[in-house]
Design a protein around this ligand. Sequence first.
Ligand code: ADP
Ligand code: MG
Length: 219
Amino acid sequence: MFMKQGAEAKVSVCDFYGKPCIVKERFPKAYRHPSLDKTLTLRRIKAEVRAIMRCRLQGINVPALYFVDLERSCIYMEWVKNSRSVRDYIDKVQGQGDAMDSRLKQLATSIGHVLGRMHTHNIIHGDLTTSNMLLQGSLDEYKLWLIDFGLSDIEAAAEDKGVDLYVLERAILSSHPKTREFFEDILSAYRTANKGGADAVIDKLEEVRLRGRKRTMVG
Ligand SMILES: Nc1ncnc2c1ncn2[C@@H]1O[C@H](COP(=O)(O)OP(=O)(O)O)[C@@H](O)[C@H]1O
Ligand SMILES: [Mg+2]
């Protein structure tokens, strides 16, 4: 059954030996040279598989890997059923007054924690957006899942972690109005979960913000 087609991949659902399964197939891009396209696709599949494995080994919620078909550029993984994206969640709870404030606080804490743990293990997601995080459960009790690791990397440098957070900050501020405090709450939870490293990462984040601002002033 077909589900979604993004710019990079087609996602469909199937049954994998009785388990609900997602097939993520990366298709060739006509505008790219075929051999470059193959190399990039392979690199993304490998990055995705590596990061998913590494997260799972650390107990971070990511879909279980079922099968990798390099020939057909497909990853078969656990289907996170009855979930919605963080993006949809925020849209849904915005405008709910007090309930909104406490729900967004709780959500920011969950996100900050998982990102802090992920960075502690040197996993850089590479495409942190509110669409690449899923919430499974009800509005008040849920499990947070990370997905879409095709642009990920394993890297210890604070710079890469700072850029990872910057990408998320831009994504949040551009998709959701009035969420400045939400991102600040993510950072405070991040600090608790990445005790040794958070200061250096947030310094880098501030550097990257300044660079971004300069670029917009010049350009
Ligand atoms: N394991 C999964 N369980 C449930 N939904 C998923 C899963 N993987 C992907 N999806 C859905 O498919 C969409 C696209 O998948 P994603 O991995 O983010 O690829 P893309 O590179 O196209 O953004 C996600 O935003 C999500 O809605
Ligand atoms: Mg995605």
